[in-house]
Design a protein around this ligand. Structure first.
Ligand SMILES: O=C(O)[C@H]1O[C@H](OP(=O)(O)OP(=O)(O)OC[C@H]2O[C@@H](n3ccc(=O)[nH]c3=O)[C@H](O)[C@@H]2O)[C@H](O)[C@@H](O)[C@@H]1O
Length: 432
């Protein structure tokens, strides 16, 4: 039976096929047929190879197109920007991945590190919890100082792996979080997403990195919750959170402890006390009060039980930055590699406060003085929305271990904030 067209085009194994079909020597016609079918096969094979190659290159074109359309990271140029930004320009310097770099504390810490010659790469998802244009303005400021901010989420494990692939970060300053105490009642899942799931994704990336970085991250004074003993000390119990926000920060302290214990990651958790200052967060009281006073709108001032004023240990941003940098400098090394612990690593928690609480009505009076305008105060009883009546930090531990020494009182710090606010927004511009 002559070979079918299919047999000629797609012989299963050519050598074997010939042996089975020819039991003896081949004549001229057979030799010619064999040669002709071999060359046809060859041409078809070439055709198939070309077809496969063009299909694959089309696929990679589609994939890269998809990358450029929906993912804003990756590619040779991007890697170059990351590497350049991470370059260290001083002896004994560090290369730091700063998460939440377009945020309030993140942008200040990134600038401080860059200024002294450390390598800094930022990561931020630019979400719209508050006006993203403020985050973009902070980004522009950082860009002008040579800090590159990657747009991405801490929940993106592939992005994190890529970043650690491109740069051997010595430290991670983890400041990306869902902040705000009262918003947790409106959008509880955003807290779990960023402060729990995102934290774990970041720790997984750090644990697998080789070498492992040391981690400094933002906890919160809110972990002291309903505690009444003042000032708050790190050794106090923290098992009465008043908000889901506080609970996720407390969970973060426990989660980081397990990564320290199992994988040898060096961990420093910083309990920030109501941080304020230029380039601050529009959702915070000092910021929204300033906006409303300037626009002639009323402000709501909460009051505690028995008409007692609420009080906060307001801490100025420059002092907080010194505490963050001091923490990075003294963090000690992680001991693990490739996901395995090689020995015990530091696990530390510090209060970063100001040690002199001020009541909310006094905060308003200071703003009135700086703005030269009267506030329309609407005083209401504190709703049960996660707030705590007062905070007050004991900072002796941070003073001893980090050389942390806050130097800015609320009066001075708010003066600087108001000056920045007026230069940034002017007198009447609306802020979200
Ligand atoms: O120290 C902290 O750990 C926390 O500090 C702040 O939380 P909070 O102290 O509640 O700061 P604000 O939202 O600025 O409130 C300050 C004070 O003003 C009061 N307030 C707030 C808003 C308002 O409209 N009226 C008002 O009286 C609050 O009850 C509170 O006593 C930050 O928002 C948190 O992200 C941070 O973790």
């Amino acid at each position: 039976m002559p070979p079918s067209l299919e047999d000629e085009l797609f012989p299963s194994t050519p050598g074997k096929f010939k042996i089975e079909r020819n039991h003896g020597l081949m004549n001229h016609r057979q030799v010619y047929r064999c040669f002709a079918s071999t060359s046809t096969m060859f041409l078809w094979a070439l055709f198939l190879i070309a077809l496969t190659a063009s299909y694959l290159s089309f696929q990679s074109f589609v994939d890269s197109g998809r990358n450029y359309l929906s993912v804003s990271w990756g590619g040779i140029q991007w890697e170059k920007q990351v590497r350049t930004s991470a370059q260290i320009h001083r002896t004994g310097g560090m290369s730091v991945l700063v998460t939440g770099a377009a945020g309030f504390v993140g942008s200040h810490v990134s600038l401080a590190l860059k200024r002294r010659g450390d390598g800094v790469v930022g990561l931020d998802n630019f979400n719209d919890y508050y006006d993203p244009s403020l985050k973009k303005a902070r980004k522009s400021l950082l860009t002008s100082h040579g800090v590159f901010i990657v747009q991405g989420d801490i929940n993106d494990a592939k992005l994190l792996a890529k970043l650690f692939d491109v740069v051997a970060f010595t430290h991670v300053m983890h400041l990306a979080a869902q902040a705000g105490v009262r918003y947790a009642m409106e959008n509880p899942h955003s807290y779990v997403h960023s402060n729990i799931a995102g934290l774990v994704t970041l720790l997984e990336a750090c644990k697998s990195a080789n070498p492992q970085p040391s981690i400094v991250w933002a906890s919160s004074s809110s972990v002291y919750g309903l505690n009444e003993k003042v000032p708050f000390s790190e050794s106090d119990q923290t098992d009465q959170p008043a908000s889901l926000y506080a609970a996720t920060k407390k969970a973060g302290e426990e989660i980081t402890h397990t990564y320290n214990h199992i994988y040898g990651l060096s961990i420093t958790g910083l309990r920030f006390f109501t941080v304020y200052g230029p380039w601050g967060r529009p959702d915070m009281a000092y910021f929204s009060f300033t906006r409303n006073i300037l626009q002639g709108k009323p402000i709501t001032v909460y009051r505690g039980k028995n008409r007692v004023d609420l009080a906060r240990d307001f801490t100025y941003i420059d002092d907080i930055v010194k505490g963050c940098v001091g923490s990075l400098d003294t963090s000690g090394k992680s001991t693990g590699s490739g996901g395995k612990k090689r020995g015990p690593a530091p696990y530390r928690i510090f209060n970063l406060g100001n040690t002199s609480p001020v009541t909310v009505p006094t905060l308003v009076s200071i703003l009135e003085r700086h703005l030269k305008m009267k506030a329309k105060r609407n005083i209401v009883d504190m709703p049960g929305n996660g707030d705590v009546p007062f905070t007050h930090a004991n900072i002796s531990s941070a003073r001893r271990e980090l050389g942390y020494k806050p130097t800015t009182d609320l009066q001075t710090g708010l003066k600087k904030f108001v000056k920045w606010y007026l230069s940034y927004y002017g007198y009447g511009k609306t802020v979200n």
